[in-house]
Design a protein around this ligand. Structure first.
Ligand code: ADP
Length: 284
């Protein structure tokens, strides 16, 4: 019974959910924009509904529900919230809608109007979400601009817990299969499938770089297998143009990309520097 770990409060009556247009396709299911009416008198909520694609295999359904189970644990202003689940086939996971969609395409669409202070605000908000996950001994493992959604022009949220796993204190999760986001990954994750809070910091550095570059993909034009050689030779993602990224921030990114995992800054330190850079830019 794979529904067991989910809190009963999260059961949703499918008749109260309406699907509208398709927003995107995920690994385990298609995501639709929709509405949810919790009760007759409650009014209507704007939601995103992930509909499980293949349910022929029980493992597929349990993978799908695992993401909902993970989301259910978190309550943070910069993490997408679970609203509930329709358990009967087809399984639907109902979550908070981020009306402006994926951050990467949002950055590209709004290149001309987004100022540096707003981009730094996004980075600082994400550092808050990651600091929250870290305090709950949680490794995300897939921090990238494609997994950040835009709720309002002044608010982004972390999503996609498909790859994340709980970790035990001082231990790490060893991934064995599946497609991995090599260009975002720390060297020890690529080489030894080691995922820790320190490898999350490396990935967050790449995610900040994507944000400062307004949606440019990291290592564009480089093959996956060449990335690790470049990293081992000491090469790093290039410094963005000065008007795109304060030098102090690029210095922080380079620290987050220290080869040795235990010499990288902690999320607390990263959050502090991001706050300083943000305040400085606002006073500019
Ligand atoms: P994947 O499984 O490929 O990581 P997801 O299943 O999380 O992707 O989502 C697929 C797409 O649906 C996203 O890229 C995004 O465009 C859209 N989407 C997902 N969740 C939401 C949400 N809460 N609000 C708005 N759009 C969403």
């Amino acid at each position: 019974d794979y529904a067991a770990p989910l809190n009963r409060d999260y059961h949703i009556d499918r008749h109260r959910v309406t699907l509208e247009e398709l927003l995107g396709e995920g690994q385990f299911g298609d995501v639709y924009r929709g509405t949810y009416e919790p009760s007759e008198s409650s009014g209507v909520l704007a939601v995103a509904v992930k509909a499980c694609k293949v349910e022929s295999e029980e493992t597929q359904a349990s993978n799908f529900l695992e993401e909902a189970y993970i989301m259910q644990q978190f309550q943070h202003p910069h993490i997408i919230k679970l609203v509930g689940v329709c358990f009967e086939s087809p399984i639907w996971i109902v979550m908070e809608l981020a009306p402006f969609g994926e951050l990467r395409s949002y950055l590209i669409r709004n290149k001309g109007v987004l100022d540096l202070a707003t981009l730094l605000l996004y980075c600082h908000q994400l550092s808050g979400a990651l600091s929250y996950l870290d305090s709950r001994k949680f490794v995300h493992r897939d921090i990238a601009a494609r997994n950040v959604l835009v709720s309002t022009h002044q608010c982004v949220k972390l999503s996609d817990f498909g790859l994340s796993r709980w970790i035990e204190h001082e231990s790490f999760y060893t991934a064995s299969r599946g497609k991995l986001p090599i260009k975002w990954m720390a060297p020890e994750s690529i080489n030894f499938r080691r995922f820790t809070p320190a490898s999350d910091m490396w990935m967050f550095g790449v995610c900040i770089w994507e944000i400062m570059m307004r949606g440019v993909k990291p290592w564009h034009g480089t093959r996956n297998q060449d990335v690790v050689h470049k990293l081992e030779a000491g090469e790093r993602l290039a410094m963005p143009p000065a008007e795109f990224c304060p030098p102090q921030l690029y210095a922080l990114l380079c620290q987050m990309w220290t080869y040795e995992p235990n010499q990288r800054p902690t999320i607390g330190e990263v959050k502090e520097v991001l706050h300083e850079v943000l305040v400085e830019e606002r006073n500019h």
